[in-house]
Design a protein around this ligand. Structure first.
Ligand code: ACO
Length: 339
């Protein structure tokens, strides 16, 4: 299953306007050049134009001249954006002076460009933390219809083809909500299933709500939370195959699933794994990646009205390029859902 190849083809067929606010970051600039060369996306770079052109020349990047470059310190739309940001954050007491400063921050500026219809998605994080990438998206772009809890999914391309979907599993939340309550966990499950459909191309994803208990084998308030989240996720999306609470082996291994959760539509065949909290999700995916040799693609942030994605600060050029393709596909999907 060439998931990434499919995403790149779809992005090329319908190029989206993607903002890269860390334009003077070398890996980002190289990935932008590749995306422009292949006409995979229309790229909007935020940064000092002289510095960007200087870097592009030094690195031999011939396609950067096709990008739109916006200088955050000399932006003709700065006052318009500051007024809108001030209005959006009025209840939080934001002043015009504070808003004027914030729209010079490339991460905020990128979200303002998206909010005002000038771009379709944003990708950052090669230099900035997840929190810094997320905060302006949460404050400005806000959540998608029906969602109040933003979260993050990871595609895990493992060598264990007997598990998941031909070795591929999608795991959430691995990036955002430290301690979701049952209602938030239900949203994480539904959003991760939607990401599995839209990005991993899964038909009919099989979603396991993970726990240290399978179908009542242990009693604890943490198990109760996962049971309640499973019930709420069914209510939110009755058409989805969601089951819980399941231990990871009962979720993935057919013989264990049959024994511990007989009759479950998911146990033994899960391809979407929902962690009960961020510790489990974040540590779990990194163990699968490092000890299990899986390729981890993401985090793919989900539940924002327009895609804003985060990179690992240890990312390589290819990671940034793939995430431009993923962000483009999310933007295409968000527009389809709006129609
Ligand atoms: N979904 C929707 N809205 C949210 C969420 C969420 N998950 N979290 C916060 N918000 C809202 C808040 O309610 C607030 O709204 P308001 O200002 O309009 O009232 C707004 O977003 C901003 O919230 P803040 O309080 O300013 O930001 P906060 O300090 O809560 O930070 C953040 C939110 C950044 C997402 C925080 O939860 C965080 O840092 N999470 C962990 C991120 C992380 O470090 N992940 C691990 C690394 S990722 C990796 O390894 C792949």
């Amino acid at each position: 299953m060439d998931i990434i190849g499919n995403l790149i083809s779809k992005a090329k067929a319908n190029p989206q306007r993607i903002v890269l606010p860390e334009a003077t970051e070398e890996r980002t600039l190289r990935a932008a050049d590749k995306a422009l060369a292949e006409k995979m996306a229309e790229i909007i770079l935020i940064g000092d134009p002289a510095e960007i052109h200087f870097m592009a020349g030094k690195l031999g990047l011939e396609h950067i001249s096709q990008a739109t470059i916006i200088n955050p310190l000399d932006n003709p739309k700065a006052e318009e954006y500051a007024a809108l940001l001030c209005e959006l954050r009025k209840k939080k007491g934001m002043t015009m002076e504070q808003a004027r400063e914030l729209v010079k921050d490339p991460l905020y500026l990128g979200c303002m460009i998206i909010k005002t219809g000038g771009a379709d998605g944003q990708l950052a994080g090669a230099r900035n933390t997840t929190g810094n990438v997320l905060r302006p998206a949460l404050q400005i772009i806000k959540t998608a219809p029906g969602i109040t809890c933003v979260s993050g999914a990871m595609l895990l391309l493992t060598h264990e083809r007997q598990y998941g979907r031909d070795g591929v599993v999608v795991m959430g939340d691995i990036a955002v909500m430290p301690e979701p309550d049952a209602a938030q966990l239900a949203q994480i499950a539904v959003c991760t299933a939607r990401t599995a459909e839209a990005i991993a191309g899964f038909d009919n994803p099989r979603v396991a709500m993970l726990s240290f208990s399978t179908k009542g084998s242990a009693s604890h308030e943490r198990v109760d939370k996962v049971k309640e989240a499973t019930r709420l996720a069914h209510e939110m999306a009755p058409e989805l195959n969601i089951d819980g609470e399941l231990q990871a082996d009962a979720a993935l291994v057919p013989s264990v699933g049959e024994k511990k959760a007989p009759g479950s539509p998911v146990a033994g065949h899960a391809d979407v794994l929902i962690a009960p909290n961020l510790e489990v999700g974040n540590i779990g995916y990194k163990l699968v990646e490092r000890l299990g040799g899986a390729q981890a693609i993401g985090p793919i942030l989900q539940g924002i009205a327009r895609p804003v994605n985060d990179l690992s600060r240890g990312c390589c050029v290819d990671d940034v390029y793939k995430m431009i393709a993923i962000t483009s596909n999310q933007a295409i999907k968000a527009k389809e859902l709006e129609k």
